[in-house]
Design a protein around this ligand. Structure first.
Ligand code: GUN
Length: 359
């Protein structure tokens, strides 16, 4: 997560939170709200084939109308968890197998402890058995490897996750390589990433956060094929696999990173933006093409004296600007965050099904 810095953007607009059953597919391929059509008729011009010819009207509309739909990750994640719950119960009834997820936490980082606690709670809620090993900060790498090897050999464990980051005295590559590729529900194993990158190959697991981003696009009916996509950030956990996934979905993909010249110009060409850099409000309105769909992975604390905690969370994208210009945007919090854990549960279920050849 980025260090706490103050970075704000204009705040006069909020997007519409739309229940999914009120959505229908627009000509753009995005499910647009019926109510939005009737309430803000002018803006419907920014969707579909006529857009090019009507740009001046759209500009006027954008200056005055709040238009973006909210991509509600919280509600989609709940749907996914419900689906997983019923699959787990079907599997238990049919073959008496319950999926199991093992989490290894090294040290006492507050954020990592919270993530692990949330993962455990989510497992319990859907009926996945969870196992946890918590090792002290000064553990040796071989102690971590020993725990991994134990879980690799345990048939009741279908998924193994080593919470990152590891303490700096450990070699992350050695540790992640030790996780059996069949149980690597994070999808971080280099062989798995290789398969994700290659045409005609299938990864065993799709990394959770990028998988959550694509799932949001799918469930909101956003067409990816043939679109221009920009991924901002090139981390192993999010940016790089997100770009590979978009490419697998037949998007034309550019990656913008810290050494990219004119990142705003490149990003402005995108129909779909996935941002995962950890820089609060970095993506401003001038970076966004009218009608783009924005998936904001950033979760950044910024100082907020009005908030009792003294800070609030914002994304990488200036939400207020995005609401005025984009077709749809994920909020922070409540966008991608809940999807990451839902996808971890999904990967654990996939692994258990595969291990037992359960369809
Ligand atoms: N730390 C931050 N995100 C992740 C993640 O997706 N998986 C693991 N293992 N550690 C993380």
């Amino acid at each position: 997560m980025a260090s706490m810095i103050f970075s704000d953007c204009s705040s006069s607009t909020t997007a519409h939170l739309l229940p999914l059953d009120r959505m229908r597919t627009s000509v753009f391929g995005f499910r647009q709200s019926v109510s939005l059509h009737s309430r803000v008729k002018k803006f419907s011009l920014s969707f579909g084939t006529q857009r090019k010819h009507l740009s001046s009207t759209v500009t006027v509309a954008m200056a005055t109308v709040t238009n973006a739909n909210v991509i509600d990750g919280k509600s989609i994640a709940k749907q996914v968890r419900d689906e997983i719950t019923s699959e787990i119960s079907r599997m238990k009834s049919a073959i008496n197998v319950v999926p199991g997820l093992a989490v290894i936490l090294v040290g006492d980082r507050k954020d990592s402890s919270t993530y692990v606690r949330n993962k455990k709670k989510a497992c319990e809620a859907v009926g996945i058995n969870s196992y946890e090993v918590h090792l002290p900060e000064d553990s040796t790498e071989s102690e971590v490897l020993k725990s991994i090897l134990n879980f690799n050999d345990d048939p009741s464990v279908h998924g193994i996750l080593v919470q990152l980051p590891l303490p700096s005295h450990m070699n992350e590559e050695n540790v992640l390589n030790a996780v059996s590729i069949e149980k690597d529900v994070d999808g971080f194993h280099p062989l798995n990433i290789g398969r994700l990158a290659m045409r005609g190959r299938e990864p065993l697991f799709v990394p959770c956060t990028p998988k959550g981003c694509i799932e949001l696009l799918h469930r909101y009916g956003v067409e990816i094929k043939g679109k221009r996509a920009v991924v901002i950030g090139r981390s192993n956990i999010v940016g790089m696999p997100a770009a590979l996934l978009l490419q697998r979905e037949d998007a034309t993909v550019s990656i913008v990173h810290s050494r990219t010249k004119n990142p705003d110009e490149i990003t402005r060409q995108a129909d779909i933006i996935i941002s995962a850099v950890g820089q609060p409000n970095m993506v401003r309105g001038s970076w966004i093409k009218p009608g783009a769909v924005i998936i904001d992975v950033g979760i950044n604390p910024v100082e907020d004296t009005k908030n009792p905690r003294g800070y609030r969370l914002v994304g990488d994208v200036c939400y207020e600007d995005a609401c005025k210009i984009a077709a749809a945007v994920t909020p922070v919090p409540g966008g991608v965050g809940p999807m990451t854990i839902a996808m971890l549960l999904s990967n654990t279920l996939i692994s258990a099904k595969r291990a037992h050849n359960f369809k």
